[in-house]
Every structure is written in C-alpha cells, then in structure tokens.
Design a protein around this ligand. Structure first.
Ligand SMILES: [Mn+2]
Length: 318
C-alpha cells in the first residue's frame, strides 16, 4: 500500500492532512510530521483539525499552522486522514473532505472501517506515526529534527510513555532513531507530562473521589462532570489519561472514565489489561479504538450509562 501512497505524493501537489477530533499526541504528531515532510519536498500542505491543540502539544513544530475549518475554495489533489478509525472522526468538515478526489487512510486502530481510496492500516503498529515513519523511509524523505520531534512525541504519547501493550520493538526502534536525529527524551517528557496546569490536579482530585470498584475488584469507574470543569477551571482535554489512575489499581482489569459532555450524554473511555478486549466493548457503543484503550459515546443518565457499561464489561470478565 505504501507504494500507491508514494505514487500519489509524487504525482500531486496540493494535500490536505486531517486527523481526529479531540486530538492527542499521535493525531497531531503524525499530521505535523507528514506536513513538514511534504513541505520539505515542495508540496502545498494544509493541516486541519477541528479542535484546539492540547496545551502540552503546543511546543510541536508547525502546530500553529493547523487550521480548524476548511475554506471551501481550497482545492486538494488528495487528503490524508490520519489516526481515524472511521472518516467521521474528522468531525464537522467531513463533507468537504469526502469530496476530495483521493482519500488516503493511514491508521492503526483495530476497529478501522477500511474507508478511503488508499489504505495503510496496520493494527500491529504502535502508532499512526510509526506508519508515517515507514512511509517517509519509502518515499524517501529525510527526517529532519522538526519531523523527528513530532514522530517521537506521537510514539511516546500513544504508547503511554512506553507502558501500553502497543509498546513494541518497532516503537523503541523509531524512538531510538529520533533520538539519534537529535530529539531529547527528557525535555519532551517535561513538555508533555511535567508542565500541567494546576487546574488539572484540582480536577483529578475531584475525579478520584468518584472512584467505584465493582465486579469483585475487577472493574473501576470514575466520573468527570461539567460542574467539575466549572469548579476547577480545567478543560476536557485535561482528562486525557486520567482513566489510567483507576486502571493502575491491583486487580482491576477494566477501568472506565465517564465524562459528561452534555445533559444525559457521556463520552466513555476504556482501559484494560491484556485479558480484556475493550475495542470490542467500545464497538458495542458505536465507538472504537485499540484492544486495551478505546472509547465511545453513550446517551442516558449517569446511572443508566453506568449500568449499560457495567453489563457490557461484566459479560467479558467470566
Ligand atoms: Mn494513534
């Protein structure tokens, strides 16, 4: 598949690069790594993400050039859609993106729907950035420091700082290559993990207070409500990774974070250890993701939503 993408890149001039709503390190890092690479070989590149760039990713080279709406008069030869299990993950501009002549789907979600005209989808890949790295090697495009910083950050964050089950030899190999090019791991870690606003810790305190342990100690729930955001001044992006706290409890196999999006509507994030496939659970709720990290959206009161999730998780714990 890479050969077809290489051909598309060589033949064309104007590219859109889009990634998923509520972006995190892999969505942003992959998009920027590809964008800088294509610019370096003389292409016209527009990077779109409908949502703001999380504060701790704003050190990434070129992040300020990401646009959050697509001007209808722009014409693209092809669109790269990165780190999206389905095309609708790009958000509000989906109709404009759908009309682009060629859609190139590059992703590593096990739940990827196979959308697009050309696909580079590999659920064995640690991150979408790992696929971008392979593509750059294929073209070939020289990996500069700016590109390396984006790729390293994407791999670091998507593997949960090299802790999650997608922490493969490939992930370490790429990380090592990026360090060789000049990336400084401790300064990236500082930017990502050690420059949090105080509001995040205040929010975390409230969230941890909602902890419930169920299913004979194997399931842990935590909740984030709209009023907690109001009380602490924290923003939703700061809840990223909070589900790892309940997951860290001895004996817990599945941790769930329920985030109130609006009245009777919750975004639900799942984390599991290797015994339980939470991509499968998320799919049941119209979501998707990876075997040990996934998410979806569920309507209903908090009690109803918790009930549905408890049932879906319990039946996989026997
Ligand atoms: Mn990813």
């Amino acid at each position: 598949m890479e050969a077809k993408i290489v051909e598309e890149i060589k033949r064309n001039k104007a590219f859109l690069i889009a990634s998923h709503i509520n972006p995190e390190g892999d969505a942003i890092g992959s998009a920027l790594a590809l964008a800088i690479s294509l610019k370096n070989i003389g292409k016209e590149v527009t990077v779109f993400n409908q949502d703001p760039i999380p504060r701790n990713l704003q050190f990434l080279p070129m992040n300020t050039e990401i646009i959050n709406e697509i001007n209808g008069s722009l014409v693209f030869d092809a669109a790269f859609v990165l780190d999206c299990g389905d095309l609708d993950r790009v958000g509000k501009e989906i109709e404009k993106i759908r009309k682009i002549r060629k859609i190139i789907n590059i992703d590593h979600h096990v739940t990827n729907s196979g959308f697009g005209d050309i696909r580079l989808v590999d659920s064995q890949s640690s991150s979408t950035a790992e696929l971008i790295y392979a593509l750059l090697k294929d073209i070939p495009i020289e990996i500069t420091y700016e590109i390396a910083l984006n790729i390293y950050t994407a791999v670091l964050t998507d593997t949960g700082a090299f802790c999650n089950s997608n922490t493969t030899e490939g992930a370490f190999h790429i990380a090592s290559e990026m360090v060789r090019i000049g990336v400084n791991p401790s300064s990236v870690a500082e930017k990502i993990y050690q420059e949090m606003p105080v509001s995040r810790l205040k929010l975390l305190g409230l969230v941890l207070n909602t902890l419930e342990i169920l299913g004979n100690g194997r399931i842990a729930f935590v909740v984030v409500t709209l009023s907690m955001f109001k009380k602490t001044g924290a923003t939703p992006e700061l809840t990223e990774d909070m589900v790892n706290y309940p997951r860290s409890i001895l004996g817990v196999k599945v941790a769930v974070l329920f985030r109130e999006v609006s009245k009777n509507y919750y975004k639900v994030s799942f984390r599991s250890n290797k015994d339980v496939d939470v991509a499968d659970i998320a799919r049941e709720f119209g979501g998707g993701g990876h075997p040990n990290a996934s998410g979806g959206n569920i309507g209903g009161s908090l009690l109803e939503v918790k009930g549905k999730v408890f049932e879906a998780v319990s039946k996989r714990l026997n």
